[in-house]
Write a protein that binds this ligand. Structure first.
Ligand code: BYC
Ligand code: FE
Ligand code: FE
Length: 473
C-alpha cells in the first residue's frame, strides 16, 4: 500500500485505483456529479486562488503541501492510512481475530448505515456554510473556511469510496443519495438534526467547528477502531484533517472572546453591542445552542444499536485499545441520570454495553470543558467577572431521555411556562441573531480585520496574518 499519493490520475488516490477498472470507472462516473453538487451547493463566493493545503502522502511527516489553488480545481481524492500488518480486532465477540478486509455478509446492512450517516454529515456542513464566504472577517478566516469546506468535501469522497468499493449496487445508490439530500431541505433533509440547522454567521461557524466538528472527531475516533479495516484506515486519515477544523473553532471563539473582552475594558461596560462587539451573554447563548444541538448527535443515552455495533466489532469506544477492561463489557455496569416525572433526578444502574453512546458523549463533554476553560482564562486576564459555562446535558435536547422535557442550563426540570419565560435568556433570540448578522460585513483587505473579532496570533503555515491568503476575482 503506497504511502505517497498518486496525482497523475483523474482521482488522486493511494489505493491503487488503476488496478480495478470497474471501480475506477464507477468513481469517475460519480466525480462529475460531485462537481456539479459543489458548483451548486458549495461556497457561494468565487475566488481566484486560495492558499490551501493538499495531502501529498499519508505518512506521519510532511503530508501536506500548501499553495494557491482555484477551489473547484482542488484535487479531491481517496487517502487511507497505511495498512498495519497483523492488525487484530480489539473488542466485541470477535476480539483477537484478524480484522476484515471485506464486509462480512451478516454486518453489511449495519456497516452501510454507519458509513451513510457519516458520509451524509460531510456535504451537509459544506451546504450549511455556503454563504459564509460573502461575509468573512478577514482573508485569513476566508482561507480557513475554504480549507474546512474542501476537506469536508474530501471526507464525502472517503465514504463514497467505501460505498463504491465494498457495497455494490446499493452502495452506488447511497453514494448518489448523498448528493441528493440537502441541509434544511423540506423534502429530502440531511439525516441528523444538527446538519439541518443554518450556520448563518461567523460566530455560528466558530461554534459549529468547535462543537459539531468535535462530534465528528469523536465519532471518527470510534469508527477508527472498527474491525472493517478500510473504514478504520479511512477514519484515521480523516482525523488528521479534522485537527485543523478543531483549531479553527477553538481559536475562532478565543478571538471573539478576546475582542469582546478588550472592548469591555476599553469602554468600561458590558454592553459592547453599540461599540461593534459581541456581548458575552450572546456568546454564552451561542454556546448553549451549539453544544446542546451537538449532544443530540450522540444518539440516545441507552442504545441497543450501539451495543450491537460494539459486540459485532463495527464501532468501538473512544481510545478502545487504551481502556483497561475485557473489551467485551459482558458484566460491566454504568450509571444513567434520568429525569423523573416529579421534577427530580434519578440515577439508574445499567449494563455498560447499553450506555456506549453516553460513554462517548462523556468523553466529548470533558473535551468541550477545555474550551470553556480557555475562554474564561481570557476573561480573567482582562479582569472581567463573567464566566462561560456548558449547560446541563439535559438542556434543549431533542434526542434521548431528556427530549420532551424542559430543563434549564442549570439542570432544573421546569414546566412549559417557565421554559418559555426563560428561553430568551438561554438561547439566541431573533434579535440576537439579527444583531450578530449586522456585524458580518466582509473585510477583504490584506492584514485588516472586522471590529468584532481579534486577529489570530499566528498565520497559516508560518505565513503572517497579512499574507494574501485569498486572491479575489
Ligand atoms: N437525528 O439507538 P439510537 C461529523 C435515530 S459528525 C435524527 O440512540 P444510534 C461532521 C437513530 O438513527 C459525526 N435521528 O441511535 C461534523 C435511530 O433510528 P432507528 C457523524 C437520530 O444508532 C461537522 C433512533 O434514533 N458520524 O462527522 O445508537 C462537519 C434511535 O437512536 C439522531 C456519526 O454519527 C439524530 N441526532 O446512534 C462535518 C457516526 N440520533 O434505528 C462532519 C455514525 C439518533 O430507530 N453514526 N437518531 O430508525 C452513528 O454512530 C449512530 O448512528 C448515531 C446514532 C451516533 C448517530
Ligand atoms: Fe468531516
Ligand atoms: Fe470537520
Amino acid at each position: 500500500m503506497p504511502d505517497k499519493i498518486d496525482y497523475d490520475t483523474k482521482i488522486p488516490n493511494n489505493v491503487e485505483l488503476s488496478s480495478d477498472r470497474r471501480l475506477q470507472r464507477a468513481l469517475e462516473g460519480w466525480q462529475p456529479k460531485f462537481m456539479s453538487w459543489w458548483g451548486e451547493m458549495g461556497p457561494a463566493l468565487e475566488t481566484n486562488g486560495v492558499y490551501l493545503r493538499t495531502a501529498v502522502s499519508v505518512g506521519r511527516d510532511g503530508w501536506a503541501h500548501f499553495d494557491h489553488v482555484k477551489v473547484p480545481e482542488y484535487r479531491w481524492g481517496i487517502f487511507l492510512t497505511e495498512r498495519k500488518e497483523d492488525r487484530r480486532i480489539a473488542f466485541g465477540e470477535h476480539k483477537g481475530e484478524p480484522v476484515w478486509q471485506q464486509v462480512p455478509g451478516e454486518y453489511r446492512a449495519d456497516l452501510q448505515r454507519l458509513i451513510v450517516i457519516q458520509g451524509d454529515t460531510e456535504p451537509a456542513s459544506v451546504e450549511q456554510q455556503k454563504l459564509l464566504g460573502l461575509t468573512a472577517p478577514s482573508l485569513y478566516d476566508l482561507r480557513n473556511l475554504f480549507q474546512v469546506n474542501v476537506e469536508e468535501g474530501r471526507h464525502l469522497w472517503a465514504m463514497v469510496y467505501l460505498l463504491h468499493a465494498y457495497f455494490g449496487k446499493e452502495g452506488r445508490e447511497e453514494a448518489e443519495a448523498l448528493l441528493f439530500r440537502n441541509s434544511g431541505s423540506p423534502d429530502a433533509p440531511r439525516i441528523l438534526g444538527a446538519f439541518n440547522e443554518e450556520t448563518a454567521d461567523w460566530l455560528a461557524f466558530y461554534m459549529f467547528t468547535y462543537f459539531t466538528d468535535r462530534d465528528g472527531k469523536y465519532q471518527l475516533g470510534t469508527l477508527k477502531e472498527s474491525s472493517f479495516d478500510p473504514l478504520s484506515r479511512t477514519c484515521e486519515f480523516m482525523l488528521k484533517e479534522e485537527a485543523h477544523h478543531m483549531f479553527v473553532g477553538t481559536t475562532g471563539v478565543d478571538r471573539v472572546v478576546q475582542r469582546s473582552a478588550e472592548l469591555i475594558r476599553e469602554h468600561d461596560r458590558m454592553d459592547i453591542a453599540p461599540r461593534g462587539g459581541i456581548p458575552l451573554d450572546i456568546i454564552q447563548k451561542y454556546i448553549n445552542f451549539h453544544y446542546s444541538v451537538s449532544l443530540d448527535l450522540f444518539g440516545s443515552e441507552t442504545s441497543t444499536n450501539a451495543a450491537n455495533y460494539y459486540t459485532a466489532g463495527l464501532k468501538g469506544r473512544w481510545q478502545e485499545t487504551r481502556r483497561k477492561d475485557d473489551h467485551q463489557l459482558t458484566d460491566d455496569v454504568g450509571v444513567l441520570d434520568k429525569p423523573r416525572d416529579d421534577g427530580t433526578w434519578d440515577s439508574e444502574e445499567m449494563q455498560a454495553i447499553l450506555l456506549l453512546n453516553l460513554d462517548l458523549r462523556d468523553e466529548y463533554v470533558a473535551d468541550c470543558q477545555t474550551g470553556v476553560k480557555r475562554w474564561n482564562r481570557i476573561l480573567d486576564e482582562h479582569e472581567i467577572g463573567f464566566r462561560f459555562k456548558l449547560p446541563h446535558p439535559g438542556f434543549n435536547r431533542d434526542v434521548g431521555i431528556n427530549s420532551g422535557q424542559h430543563i434549564t442550563p442549570e439542570g432544573t426540570i421546569v414546566d412549559e411556562a417557565t421554559w418559555q419565560a426563560g428561553k430568551s435568556k438561554w438561547l439566541p433570540t431573533s434579535e440576537d441573531l439579527t444583531f450578530v448578522r449586522s456585524l458580518m460585513q466582509p473585510v477583504y483587505e490584506r492584514g485588516k480585520i472586522a471590529s468584532w473579532v481579534a486577529p489570530p496570533t499566528n498565520g497559516i503555515n508560518g505565513k503572517p496574518f497579512d499574507f494574501d491568503y485569498v486572491h479575489l476575482t
